[in-house]
Design a protein around this ligand. Structure first.
Ligand SMILES: *Cc1c(COP(=O)(O)O)cnc(C)c1O
Length: 338
């Protein structure tokens, strides 16, 4: 199998059009003393864009092949994945069932009504809720219970699992993105990505390794601390390598995660994260989201300040989107900075 065709045997639904832009950030580059580029996966196109469009191309490809007519998925209340899945389902003429988990404590009213929640309502998705936010097995089981009901009504449900005991189909979308980035910029020295489920981080790392690209890939923790995320990435990379039928060992050596921007936890903004979000907007006119991309940029700023990213280096930050969540975090963004 040639390197370029590594993804050919997986069914894929066309949800985005063409490569996303790779833009140089001129003002931030001079301020930080590096050569900084932004890979615009906020602009993947489908239903407010973001990284889940790429991931869904492979889940929905599988769903179409299995003859599914309904997509079921679980996530945080302001999940971009569930919103994007509902948009993808709409585009392919399917129904969707979205399960929203209580994962982020003490949020304002708009967290439950605006942003992604509003968009999913407009998309006409069925909604369920789940009282826990850290129970992947229980959340998946609740989705399967609903899927069984749908089956008994003659529907053909397809569950997108978030747990690690399923093939990481979504990561294939980021293998493609890693390859795309290598074509756009073969000489990048460092690539900074958010590391949540690990599908994005694992996919980029693998796609770039397949292209024999030597850039360091840094994963910025958005949900778990460094130790837990490093272990999780080991599993993700092993499962992805199995799926692609490639050697996992060289990939494992490239795992590099940092959690300096994680505090105070998933879906919560520290002063550091908010400052990063405002800096990008005020220096480049580009919005970041409070849950993922602002933490990623905060992580990048940290790497520059510690010298792990060195002056003059060619650096790419992946903008994974998530912008509708800005409107779910109105209160936190309007508070006086602490
Ligand atoms: C889901 C999400 C992430 C995290 O991606 P993973 O593939 O789950 O690690 C990052 N940014 C945004 C905007 C997201 O919605």
């Amino acid at each position: 199998m040639t390197q370029k065709s590594i993804l050919d045997r997986f069914p894929r639904a066309q949800l985005m059009s063409g490569p996303t832009p790779l833009d140089r950030l001129d003002r931030l580059s001079s301020e930080l003393g590096i050569d900084l580029w932004l890979k615009r996966d906020d602009l993947t196109g489908l239903g407010f864009g973001g990284n889940k469009t790429r991931q869904l191309e492979f889940y929905l490809g599988d769903a179409v092949e299995q003859g599914a007519d309904t997509i079921l998925i679980t996530g945080a209340v302001q999940s971009n994945f569930v919103r994007s899945a509902a948009a993808a389902a709409a585009k392919l003429g399917m129904q969707s069932v979205l399960q929203l988990e209580e994962r982020v404590p003490d949020m304002g009213e708009e967290y439950y009504s605006s942003g992604n929640v509003l968009l999913a309502k407009i998309l006409g998705a069925e909604h369920m809720s789940y009282p826990e936010g850290e129970d992947e097995a229980g959340a998946d089981a609740a989705l399967h219970a609903r899927a069984d009901e749908l089956k008994s009504e003659g529907r053909k449900p397809y569950v997108i699992h978030l747990g690690l005991n399923h093939p990481p189909l979504g990561a294939l979308g980021y293998v493609a993105a890693g390859q795309e980035l290598c074509r756009q910029m073969p000489d990048a020295e460092a690539v900074i990505v958010p590391s949540g489920s690990g599908a994005t981080h694992g996919g980029v790392l693998t796609g770039m390794a397949v292209e024999e690209n030597a850039a360091s890939v840094f994963g910025v923790c958005v949900r778990r601390d460094r130790e837990k995320q490093t272990a999780r990435m080991g599993t993700v990379l092993r499962k992805l390598a199995d799926l692609l039928d490639i050697d996992a060992v060289p990939l494992q050596d490239k795992i590099n995660v940092l959690d300096d921007a994680l505090s105070p936890g998933y879906g919560k903004m520290s002063g550091m994260t908010r400052a990063a979000l405002e800096k990008m907007a005020r220096t480049e006119g580009i919005f970041l989201d409070p849950v993922y991309s602002a933490k990623t940029f905060a992580g990048l700023l940290h790497l520059v300040s510690t010298g792990e990213i060195q002056p003059g280096q060619k650096v790419v930050m992946l903008h994974t989107g998530g912008l509708p969540a800005l409107f779910g975090y109105q209160s936190a963004l309007l508070d006086d900075p602490t």
